[in-house]
Design a protein around this ligand. Structure first.
Ligand code: NDP
Length: 287
């Protein structure tokens, strides 16, 4: 990408969500901006669904530099865009908005951010592996396509509401005819007879105090990746207790998806390692 001209006055950026006060995005993007000497002001904005589209239009009409979008507005961000990058089109959800030649442009950096962390930092090889995805919400929509692009043997999506898992698989099945794809409820999953190389938690069960409803020995031999992080990473904590082969929480993905958002806005990709370490230390200190 070509580096974009940045004005001397701080440009406005924000993350839109509900809830949003817990978001680490302002800290991450301020760290990135320092790497390049960019002047940015990045805030958290709590919104209601009814005011989302209008807020986005006004933000960019006022010269705002870029927006991140988190739970539960990623589908709305996709819907209100004038132009979709293929990452947002494939996911049916967007987490990054920018005003460009095509009007409001939407991207989804969750999937690529997840892959960068899983492969780059965790050193997990996806090719030919059996993968289980728990959850079928916006985050799962973002990661399933990029996972399939890496050539796994199979992807099984299990969701509390099975019809949403089926929709997710139906949307992707045509493009990935070589991969075994299944959607089911947790009750239909044969936890005695089946095993997986990689189990990904993309549910928000840790946010609402839910518990992992899998037998402990199911994690043994699997790499367990929880998209949640910090105190809400209930699945990662469960996997550690069960003796999983490897465990990661979603902090690395958070930093990686943010770096890709930054690249969409500024045309340069920040380094992520030190920012990850900084946040990791901060979260450990707050446990
Ligand atoms: P959504 O609200 O779109 O989806 C939530 C999903 O979790 C649905 O599949 C829902 O099932 C399921 N779920 C919720 N509560 C429970 C429960 N108690 N038991 C079982 N399943 C449950 O959220 P997102 O997909 O956008 O986000 C999911 C999680 O991933 C969040 O915790 C979010 O913070 C995290 N995330 C992390 C990122 C990172 O960079 N690390 C990026 C994006 C998300 P149902 O369909 O039945 O309601």
């Amino acid at each position: 990408m070509v580096e974009k001209v940045v004005s001397v006055n701080p440009r406005q950026f924000a993350v839109l969500g509900n809830p949003v006060q817990h978001s680490l995005s302002p800290i991450i993007h301020e760290q990135f901006a320092r790497q390049f000497g960019h002047s940015i002001a990045y805030s958290r904005k709590l919104l209601q669904a009814e005011s989302f589209a209008q807020y986005v239009r006004e933000f960019f009409a006022d010269g705002g530099g870029g927006l991140n979008v988190t739970v539960p507005f990623k589908a709305l961000a996709h819907a209100c865009a004038d132009w979709l990058h293929e990452s947002a089109e494939q996911a049916g959800a967007a987490n990054t908005l920018v005003s460009g030649d095509n009007g409001i442009e939407a991207w989804n950096t969750d999937g690529a951010g997840f892959i960068n962390d899983l492969v780059g930092r965790c050193k997990f090889t996806i090719a030919a592996k059996k993968i289980l995805v728990l959850g079928a919400g916006g985050a799962a929509q973002g990661i399933v396509g990029p996972l399939l692009d890496s050539g796994p043997a199979s992807v099984t999506v299990v969701n509390r509401t099975p019809s949403k898992a089926a929709q997710l698989i139906d949307r992707t099945a045509l493009k990935y005819a070589d991969v075994e794809l299944r959607a089911m409820s947790l009750l239909e999953l044969d936890t005695d007879g089946e095993s997986f190389d990689l189990i990904i938690n993309s549910t928000s069960l840790g946010l609402d105090g839910g518990s992992v409803k899998l037998p402990p020995n199911f994690a043994v031999g699997a790499f367990c990746y929880d998209l949640s992080y910090g105190a809400t990473a209930a699945f990662a904590h469960w996997a550690k207790r069960c003796g999983a082969e490897g465990v990661a929480d979603g902090l690395g993905m958070l930093v990686e998806q943010a770096a890709l958002s930054y690249e969409v806005w500024f045309g340069v990709k920040p380094a992520t390692k030190q920012v990850y370490q900084l946040l990791s230390e901060q979260l450990q200190g707050s446990d």
